[in-house]
Design a protein around this ligand. Structure first.
Ligand code: PGA
Length: 259
């Protein structure tokens, strides 16, 4: 059975001591989690130290971005090789904050995805529409454009290493969560895009996460929604109790499925 994911996106939060304290507490909190892939994506400055702790656990380390070049004169940027050497296994790409605040284009995100795969990092590719686009009924068109560009020329053999996150921009950090129906529709469409480009089995195996105001109070309902294979969690991932409770919701759901 496909393993579901609970991924924490800390964004620009937590200095090194705070990151380490959180990680130490979390590893104790999650001792009984066996069925869920838990991923922590801290800021760059905390990666290596957290990685040293996580290497002794089943929790994975991820970064929040990378630069598409191998190395060179790119002041302030971080390469895939650097992330690998800091123990990263995953990398979030195309987050809406990168697209909107830092003006990352679909073309750049595509290059980043290829670079991540080249270095053996697993991309978590974020897709999602703005409120304006949803109101203009452009959601599916936007998802298709972002998906098509990112996965252009990606071989099917690389798909096992890819994760997609549907993150409607209007639900990120707003407290407004997509309804299960809205999320299910978007996830179904994204899975269809994978099936059309590749095969049904590639589409079924792809883990498609939901992100946008996931909280302990809505995680049970969302994880039981068709086509949602886990979460990418921002605000609620900053406290051990709330992140731990969401991981537990995913774990409980997986446990029920096994029976
Ligand atoms: P949020 O953020 O959970 O705070 O809405 C999700 C994300 O941006 O990945």
């Amino acid at each position: 059975m496909k393993r579901y994911i609970a991924a924490a996106n800390w964004k620009m939060n937590k200095n090194v001591p705070e990151s380490l304290e959180f990680t130490r507490q979390l590893t104790k909190y999650l001792l009984n989690i066996r069925r869920t892939d838990v991923i922590l994506c801290p800021p760059f400055t905390s990666l290596f130290n957290i990685g040293e702790i996580l290497n002794k656990t089943d929790i994975y380390l991820g970064a929040q971005n990378l630069h598409q070049a191998d190395s060179g004169a790119f002041t302030g940027e971080i390469s895939a090789d650097m992330l690998k050497s800091a123990h990263c296994k995953y990398v979030i790409l195309g987050h809406s904050e990168r697209r909107h605040i830092f003006k990352e284009t679909d073309a750049v995100i595509h290059e980043k995805l290829l670079k991540a795969l080249e270095y053996g990092l697993k991309p978590i590719l974020c897709l999602g529409e703005t409120l304006e686009q949803r109101e203009q009924n452009k959601t599916l068109e936007v998802l298709k454009k972002q998906y098509d560009s990112a996965f252009n020329n990606v071989p099917e053999s690389a798909l096992n290493n890819c994760v997609i996150a549907y993150e409607p921009v209007w639900a990120i950090g707003t407290g407004v969560v997509a309804t299960p129906d809205q999320a299910a529709e978007a996830h179904r469409e994204i899975r269809k895009l994978v099936a059309t480009q590749y095969t049904d089995s590639a589409a079924n195996n792809m883990r498609i996460l939901y992100g946008g105001s996931v909280k302990p109070g809505n995680a049970d309902e969302l994880i039981a929604t068709d086509d949602i294979d886990g979460f990418l969690i921002g605000g609620a991932s900053l406290e051990v109790d709330s992140f731990g409770a969401i991981v537990q919701s995913v774990e409980n759901f997986m446990e029920k499925q096994e029976k």
